[in-house]
Design a protein around this ligand. Structure first.
Ligand code: ATP
Length: 160
């Protein structure tokens, strides 16, 4: 098959996802929830695709609950990240451009035993450890920003 023809079969799809940095205060220190996927190799923040009719805040609530088994209240929007990835489906390569919006969320309840079957583990980490554990630099940045927001909030008692 000529290269030109192959080229014409390429497709680019834009995806919008949302997720959360879910935190709790434990013994006076803040911890955030990370999930392990792909056989426990990849550690990251809970997130997923925005479904039809959903706003990004609703998606973040739903995905955090589905992936971790835990519920949370949104405190603030943190920031967004974007990345490219490709998938080969039936011989065709599709290029995906994904934007993920992340929210700072305070734990309200739930049970990690109810996490999604595609998630290998849900674990709480202090921010500094989560920064080292998170696989993707984009998510490390989001965790760093969440840490800064939490430090600022701490200076205003009763703000979260
Ligand atoms: P969903 O869209 O439901 O969240 P998915 O597995 O289809 O799940 P991603 O988690 O975005 O989608 O994974 C798609 C590809 O992007 C994988 O190759 C993954 O390794 C990569 N990926 C996932 N998160 C990031 C990230 N924060 N930065 C860079 N690449 C990522």
């Amino acid at each position: 098959m000529p290269d030109q023809h192959k080229e014409s079969k390429r497709e680019t799809v834009k995806q919008i996802s949302a997720g959360g940095v879910l935190f709790r205060e434990s013994g006076g220190r803040i911890e955030i929830a990370l999930i392990a996927t792909r056989g426990g190799i990849v550690w990251g923040l809970p997130k997923g695709l925005v479904e039809e009719g959903e706003n990004i805040a609703r998606t973040a609530h739903r995905e955090v609950e589905e992936e971790t088994g835990l519920t949370g209240n949104i405190i603030k929007k943190i920031d967004s990240i974007h990345y490219w990835y490709s998938r080969k489906e039936e011989g065709r390569v599709t290029h995906y451009f994904k934007i993920v919006y992340f929210f700072l969320m305070k734990l309200t309840g739930g049970d990690t035993a109810r996490h999604d079957h595609e998630v290998d583990e849900v674990r709480w980490f202090p921010i500094e450890e989560a920064l080292k554990k998170a696989t993707y630099p984009g998510e490390q940045n989001i965790i760093r920003k969440a840490g800064e927001l939490l430090r600022k909030q701490k200076e205003t008692p009763g703000s979260y």
